[in-house]
Design a protein around this ligand. Structure first.
Ligand code: IMP
Ligand code: MG
Length: 180
């Protein structure tokens, strides 16, 4: 068993209760557009906690989306993007003709989201939207924006609430930055 040991301090930026409140608003916003035959695609791994909370908020907002997962990689072990996005595990479901909401943790350079949008578009999705937890205030490498985001985030490397550095900190209930 991995024990909790003293390590770098994580300074919270978005606390658990603030995230929870914001997700209810976000779900209401999505539901207000009355999406039909909705498919939520969570981009793994980083979005798994966000997606789990978001789909339950969508349920409370009256929606019943189908859910699938797409595992993409661009970050590997480092804190900076390699610039290249690859599919580590593909979707199970057919997206042709469907309204898809892509769910990701962070919109940073935009490469991951642009890659996922292009992929679904090539497969004939009828409507593709993106919902991210954090819209990083960083220059995009490609021209892509999110249709929905929970929070604008300073341009610092963040962890927690599903997000990691070298596979650590995903279990934290809040989003924070590492203070060495
Ligand atoms: P982009 O392709 O540069 O927009 O980066 C998006 C992906 O990089 C996200 O799906 C995250 O998984 C990861 N990422 C970007 N910034 C951070 C961060 O601050 N912490 C953890 N992961 C991040
Ligand atoms: Mg990610």
């Amino acid at each position: 068993m991995t024990e909790i040991t003293a390590g770098p301090r994580i300074e919270p930026i978005f606390e658990a209760d603030a995230i929870s409140r914001r997700l209810s608003e976000l779900a209401a916003e999505i539901a207000a557009h009355k999406p039909e035959n909705l498919l939520v695609v969570a981009i793994l791994k980083g979005s798994f906690v966000f997606a789990a909370d978001l789909i339950r908020a969508l349920n409370r907002a009256g929606l019943a989306p189908e859910v699938d997962f797409l595992t993409l990689s661009s970050y590997r072990k480092s804190k900076t993007s390699s610039g290249q996005v690859t599919i580590l595990r593909d979707l199970d479901l057919e997206v042709h003709g469907r309204h898809v909401i892509l769910v990701d943790d962070v919109l940073d350079s935009g490469r991951t989201l642009a890659f996922a949008k292009d992929l679904l578009s090539a497969r004939g999705a009828a409507r593709i939207e993106a919902c991210v937890l954090l819209d990083k205030q960083a220059p995009r490498a490609v021209n892509v924006e999110a249709d929905y985001f929970a929070f604008a985030c300073p341009n610092v490397f963040v962890v927690g609430y599903g997000m990691d550095v070298a596979h650590r900190y995903r279990e934290l209930p809040f989003v924070g930055r590492i203070v060495d």
